[in-house]
Ligand binder design. Structure first.
Ligand code: ATP
Ligand code: MG
Length: 359
């Protein structure tokens, strides 16, 4: 699959932009703060419904303007299409000119894997970053997953609101049974998806990581452990029931799949605690290459790769390993220098103050 063309209007620092891309490598280079990442962000939003840089849609509109438009044309093995987003006070997505009801309706049309320096947070930060990694990957592959997850989060919000009403307004505790019933049903469905994909990661990452670390040094064994507090509806229900009094006291739900996590171990030690900087970076690269392989296997097409300032921060060995993982993917690379790419079908774009020149 690949993106043929992208158009921007009042998006971030751009007034108007209309460019065609190469099917293979696209290098976007220029000084800091010129608009390189903004292009990748536009692509990412049209593929996944939201930005990787902000949750505030208003920030996406050019300062002083009221409406931003981003649009792209893509081609896949079996179809081609257009995805468009208009941002005003609201966000409206269009596929081939037809307005979509939900943001989630556009997810999965394009498959994207983003490599950027903040990926390290998957390891360094708390469980929320790891859940986000997992949720984005599964959503791209199983559109139903995002609906179930959204229903769960909505129900969770209702339960939390009701917990506060019990605490402050003395509402009837037994009504919680209704929320617990719904939450545990949805939890068991989410568990099934997450378990499948954690297993897939576990299966693939071992070899990928061995290959990256096997360069004369000691080979590292990587493993992934899924941490959740149930495996089926009954177990999730019982957990909710068990923690009911604590939850009422706290005013929020303390157990459930919104607390899921996975642990990454290297030679049996938790890497987020015991890993060196280098080990953490390598593990994150292994994880992202694993994601790339899983998406590629499932959709039977090469996903689009966005590498934002990423090449620059890899050493030669890691860079070689990443390059090996890139096959026929369309790739967008941003960097400050005009790095050389050994590929005949590449396009080079120079960005200066939101103007792009193809070289
Ligand atoms: N809503 C907005 N309106 C106008 N300008 C914006 C808006 N949002 C961001 N910008 C500006 O866009 C510029 C380019 O941002 P971008 O992140 O694309 O830079 P970059 O070329 O990737 O730089 P770097 O090499 O530092 O990563 C920045 O100067 C930023 O202030
Ligand atoms: Mg940037």
């Amino acid at each position: 699959m690949y993106i043929k063309r992208i158009k921007l209007e009042n998006f971030r620092n751009y007034d108007n932009l209309d460019i065609n891309f190469s099917k293979d490598f696209n290098l976007i280079y220029g000084n800091n703060a010129q608009g390189k990442t903004n292009i990748l962000e536009a692509i990412y939003i049209l593929a996944l419904g939201k930005s990787f840089q902000t949750n505030k849609d208003q920030e996406l509109i050019k300062i002083g303007k009221e409406k931003a438009i981003i649009e792209l044309e893509y081609e896949r093995k079996d179809r081609e299409g257009k995805i468009k987003l208009e941002i005003t006070e609201k966000k409206n997505f269009y596929i081939n000119g037809i307005k979509q009801k939900r943001v989630s309706d556009i997810i999965g049309k394009l498959n994207i894997v983003l490599f950027y320096p903040d990926n390290i947070n998957i390891i360094k930060q708390g469980p929320a970053e790891r859940r986000k990694f997992l949720d984005i990957m599964i959503s791209q592959l199983k559109p139903n997953y995002i609906h179930i997850l959204n229903r769960y989060l909505k129900t969770l919000e209702q339960r939390n609101a009701y917990l506060k009403q019990i605490k402050f307004e003395n509402k009837e505790k037994n009504i919680l049974d209704i929320w617990d019933e719904r939450l545990s049903e949805l939890s068991s469905q989410i568990y099934e998806y997450r378990k499948i994909y954690i297993d897939k990661i576990e299966e693939k990452i071992k070899d990928i990581h061995k290959e990256i670390t096997n360069c004369g040094k000691e080979e590292e064994e990587i493993s992934i452990f899924f941490k959740t507090n149930g495996t089926n509806k009954k177990e999730y229900y019982d957990e909710l029931k068990k923690n009911r009094e604590i939850d009422i006291k706290k005013g929020f739900t303390s157990t459930g799949i919104h607390r899921d996590d996975f642990e990454i171990k290297i030679n049996n030690k938790d890497i987020s605690i015991y890993g060196s900087q280098g080990q953490q970076r390598t593990a994150v690269l292994s994880l992202k290459i694993t994601e790339l392989n899983i998406i590629c296997d499932e959709v039977e097409e090469e996903p689009i790769l966005l590498l934002d300032d990423f090449m620059a921060e890899l050493d030669e060995n890691r860079r070689t390993n990443l390059t090996k993982a890139i096959k026929n993917n369309q790739v967008f690379i941003t960097c400050t220098d005009k790095i050389s790419i050994d590929n005949k079908n590449n396009s080079i774009f120079y960005v200066e103050n939101a103007k792009i020149k193809k070289q």
